[in-house]
Design a protein around this ligand. Structure first.
Ligand SMILES: [Zn+2]
Length: 182
């Protein structure tokens, strides 16, 4: 069950030395970051970024996501590039859009199809359902529920975090003069 922790407003916090998702020992330099932009008077917005420790297993599950996302974007980019190239070549050599352009449309569609199929294939093959489940849970492990910047009525301000891992939430609250709301 998700735990709400209210802590004084700060731009960084001490974290318990455990994985924010599963409570395992954290891997070196591995963390899960969440961010939220807040309004800062008339000056626009500021992005707050908070990082929480992740263990090796959770970190691996997340990396997967990143690389397949990257593949999807790469293929979309290729699809557009092929289309442009076809149009440019056709204009240059034939003065109008014709055969080369039609071929490039076909190649472009092929890129889009590959871009949808390949990342999913990689996902299914290389990674267990446990890893896919873990990835989903890491994404839900920490959330920002609300931010109140310090003002003259409330000089500490506050941030309310929501954690899925109870031990992490308790430790985080203790280390940052917080209180558990639920
Ligand atoms: Zn973990």
């Amino acid at each position: 069950m998700a735990i709400k922790v209210k802590v004084p407003y700060l731009t960084s916090y001490s974290c318990p030395n455990v994985c924010v998702m599963c409570g395992n020992a954290p891997g070196p330099g591995m963390n899960w970051s969440i961010n939220k932009s807040i309004a800062t008077g008339s000056k626009g917005t500021t992005m707050l970024l908070f990082s929480f420790p992740l263990c090796q297993e959770c970190d691996t599950a997340i990396e997967v996501k990143m690389s397949t996302e990257f593949l999807k974007i790469l293929f979309r980019f290729l699809a557009i590039a092929v289309l442009f190239l076809g149009a440019i070549l056709d204009k240059k050599y034939f003065g109008e859009l014709g055969m080369i352009f039609y071929i490039s449309i076909a190649l472009s569609i092929l890129c889009l199809i590959l871009g949808n199929v390949l990342p999913n294939e990689i996902n299914q093959k290389g990674f267990t359902s446990e890893q896919r489940e873990r990835r989903k849970r890491v994404k839900q492990s920490a959330e920002i529920s609300s931010i109140k910047t310090p003002n003259f009525l409330n000089k500490n301000g506050s941030i309310i975090f929501i954690f899925e891992n109870q031990n992490f939430a308790t430790g985080f609250s203790l280390m940052n003069s917080g209180e558990i709301l639920s």
